[in-house]
Design a protein around this ligand. Structure first.
Ligand code: ADP
Ligand code: MG
Length: 756
């Protein structure tokens, strides 16, 4: 018998070398191995003959590699591996781009299965484009690399292939083949200890899911596809169910904490609204109402405010902060408490500060701006002073400022608040328990400065102490995240969505621009500037990569080198193309102060064209800018491009977005076209998620989550089912006393996903 968490080398047939290779893929234990699920199953009874292939169809063929070529297209700057496959009816080419390693794998004379779409390529003609391949002649011929995995077990491999009609195919890489894995998994399953079932039996039964031991066998070696599908679903369900348990438990924990309650002063709110130069949109009103309702409760709010770029999230949260500052009795400042606004960049922090000043000019309880390079306090009626940072910090700790706006520096350390009760975090995906704790450390309202009080006193303020008041928390995000994903990752948050733009906004005209039309685009920009408008030019990089040391570069590297960089582009535009216009430069390597100066100049209209990297991405608001020109747009994700585009079209003027790309690839065009076609950021987000996968989409290194997120996205119904089941169980048994196996599994799971 082998234990689930046994290291791989305990498995007979796995040599130390092979075990080490597996660790590179995150497979360390038997559990890792068995949870490495097939990506699909090959039905060997359905192999097409080459002569019968039709363009456009997906097919699996089997044949001998009769020729292998490496080609290099200078036009597309790519390596192409071209392989000719022959069966008893004919031959067809298969091509792979930029996968030179295949030369070492797909050798002439070998027997191979290829599954993919029959297409046409301008150079290769009719061919299989990027098919999935599998060498099928193990036992006949063994390469050195795979030898270890198959030695002594050739008969088993053979048996697997020929007796099972369905053969599991694992996500394949050059160093880890389905062949080797299939064998190891078979051996592991045959010797595995009996596993405890963490999911309560009635939950499984309600959904007709197999129990864990059967499911493991069925997912790897199914009798038929239906069985495989159900087993796969069971595991996806398990993960989503566990994730929802984590989320809901987190929610329950928080609902036991205490927070200041702020019943909204409605007449005062009305007076604030009347002074705004616009009326809130319907969804702004609804979201504000959600937030005010939360603030009224004596438990901490934990809410995510989502809305497309330009939908007006700032004003909604700002109104809430003003009400918190005013306190829960009409005009009784003594009752008011502090709010903190955190923005991801100094530029945005400044912008929020300016928003407060603009919309609440007579708010006189102190609004502070504190960033790495700036410190200011605004006391209403035009009273504003630039002060030392220490002065702002002092006012924060003595309560002389009711609203403080800054970057994350606000919570990272030495600032102590007098009575922080409301925290708004802009454009950040997650704000965890740890960060919350960080805030509390320095908040006199609830707790104790770790330096100033002794350990015993600190211990008094443990959770559930009635004096321990946790700030309400609001997260704002313009990154449209598909709803399913939101529920998965932010399942512990309540959700408000602003799903409309303020009226009067014009649709942004978006065009994909081929290299040949560059001059036309420049002429167009000039025309807009002549009319008094402004333009952004975004480049993927700051400067050219210098050091290639005379190496031979891969095609990937070559195109990276070709990537537009802001510095060169700035030189070109300011000296050659628009020498008569005012061109500015912005990138992440500038000092914060320099950045703020450039941004300010642009906002004030003292600059016509701003050449920038993605630092301009989030939240920046310049209503007079009407052109967003993006260089090398294929280097950005769809959601990111969408964010860029959202920088324009914020005022009354017709705005334009030009997506430049040198890549002639059809797929690039299709991807960019999605920006033009998408009706909303959410739709685009779904697509982006599909194309790039949650890992890149989320851009986070949280282990486990992307994978889970993908499951959720692919199985929205399952996600719902997992959530319902989790709710039901926790409602009846919040501590999971009746489910020790589940509780044990949950603890392991929490560690696995590192939610915080
Ligand atoms: P985002 O949701 O992207 O953070 P902002 O809060 O920056 O959007 O708002 C974008 C712009 O729209 C700002 O100039 C803001 O003053 C303006 N705005 C907000 N709400 C409305 C509204 N209801 N009507 C008109 N303009 C609005
Ligand atoms: Mg914003």
């Amino acid at each position: 018998m082998i234990k689930l968490f046994a290291p791989l080398y305990e498995l007979k047939g796995v040599g130390p070398k092979f075990a080490e290779r597996l660790t590179k893929f995150g497979i360390h234990t038997i559990k890792d191995l068995l949870w490495h699920f097939p990506s699909r199953y090959e039905d060997f009874s359905r192999i097409s003959k080459i002569a019968d292939l039709k363009i456009g169809e997906s097919a699996t063929i089997q044949g001998v590699i009769s020729a292998v070529k490496l080609k290099r297209t200078w036009k597309r700057r790519m390596f192409i591996v071209e392989v000719l496959i022959t069966d008893d009816t004919g031959s067809i080419k298969a091509i792979w781009f930029n996968q030179r390693f295949l030369l070492g794998v797909l050798k002439k004379g070998r027997l191979v299965n290829l599954a993919g779409k029959v297409g046409t390529d301008p150079e290769a003609g009719i061919c299989l484009v990027h098919p999935i391949y599998e060498l099928t002649d193990y036992g006949l011929q063994t390469t050195v690399k795979d030898k270890e995995a198959v030695v002594g077990s050739l008969s088993t491999v053979d048996q697997l292939k020929h007796t099972g009609r369905l053969v599991p195919i694992y996500p394949e890489t050059k160093r880890l083949t389905s062949k080797g894995l299939r064998l190891l998994i078979k051996i592991s399953l045959d010797n595995l200890e009996e596993l405890p079932e963490p999911i309560p039996p009635h939950v499984l039964a309600e959904r007709n899911f197999p129990e864990i031991n059967a499911a493991l066998r069925q997912i790897h070696f199914p009798e038929n596809l239906k069985e495989a599908r159900i087993a796969k679903k069971r595991f996806a369900f398990e993960d989503l169910f566990l994730l929802q348990l984590v989320n809901i438990r987190q929610r329950l924990r928080l609902s036991k904490e205490r927070a200041c309650s702020f019943p909204a002063d409605i007449p005062y709110l009305k007076s604030l609204l009347q002074k705004l130069p616009f009326e809130l949109t319907k969804s702004q009103k609804v979201s504000l109402w959600d937030i005010l309702k939360d603030l009224e409760k004596p438990h901490p709010m934990n809410r995510l405010l989502q809305g497309d770029v330009g939908s007006g999230k700032t004003i909604v949260s700002a109104l809430a902060a003003i009400l918190v500052a005013r306190g829960n009795k009409p005009f009784d400042a003594a009752q008011g408490k502090q709010s903190a606004f955190m923005a991801p960049t100094e530029v945005l922090a400044r912008q929020h500060y300016l928003t407060f000043k603009k919309f609440f000019p007579d708010f006189d309880l102190g609004i502070g701006l504190l960033t790495g390079s700036e410190a200011k306090i605004f006391y209403g009626e035009g009273l504003e002073s630039a002060v030392k940072k220490t002065e702002v910090k002092k006012r924060i700790s003595d309560g002389g400022i009711k609203i403080v706006i800054g970057t994350h520096a606000l919570i990272q350390g030495e600032i102590s608040f007098s009575d922080l009760a409301f925290v708004v975090v802009d454009e950040q995906h997650r704000f965890g328990v740890r960060q919350r704790a960080e805030l509390l450390k320095n908040n006199e309202l609830g707790i104790v400065n770790s330096e100033s009080k002794n350990k015993k006193e600190q211990d008094k303020f443990i959770i559930h102490n009635s004096k321990f008041l946790i700030p309400h928390f609001l997260s704002m995000s313009a990154t449209p995240i598909p709803r399913t994903l939101t529920l998965t990752i932010f399942g512990d948050l309540d959700l408000s969505i602003i799903d409309e733009l303020p009226s009067g906004r014009k649709k942004i005209i978006t065009k994909i621009v081929a290299p040949g039309n560059r001059d036309k685009a420049y002429a167009f920009i000039r025309g807009q500037v002549k009319k008094g408008r402004q333009a952004f030019v975004i480049c993927p990089r700051i400067e050219k990569e210098e050091d290639t040391e005379g190496r031979i570069l891969s095609s990937q590297e070559i195109s990276r080198l070709e990537m537009k960089n802001v510095k060169e582009e700035y030189e070109k535009l300011s000296k050659k193309i628009f020498p008569d216009l005012r061109v500015g430069l912005l990138h992440g390597k500038l000092k914060a102060k320099e950045k703020a100066e450039v941004m300010d100049k642009f906002k004030r209209g003292e600059m016509d064209i701003l050449v920038s990297t993605s630092v301009v991405e989030v939240g920046v608001d310049v209503p007079n800018a009407t052109i967003m020109m993006i260089e090398g747009s294929d280097w950005f994700g769809l959601a990111q491009l969408y964010q860029f585009r959202g920088r324009v079209g914020r005022g009354e003027y017709q705005s334009f977005c030009f997506l430049f790309t040198d890549s002639g690839a059809k797929s690039t065009f299709k991807r960019l076209q999605a920006i033009i076609n998408a009706k909303s950021g959410f739709e685009l987000a779904e697509m982006d998620l599909e194309i790039r996968g949650p890992g890149e989409f989320l851009g986070e290194s949280q282990t486990g989550l992307p994978d889970l997120a993908m499951k959720a996205v692919q199985n929205p119904d399952l996600m719902k089912a997992g959530r319902e089941a989790a709710e039901k169980i926790l409602n009846a048994d919040p501590e999971l006393k009746k489910y020790p196996l589940l509780l044990a599994r949950l603890e392991g799971f929490e560690k696995e996903i590192h939610l915080e």
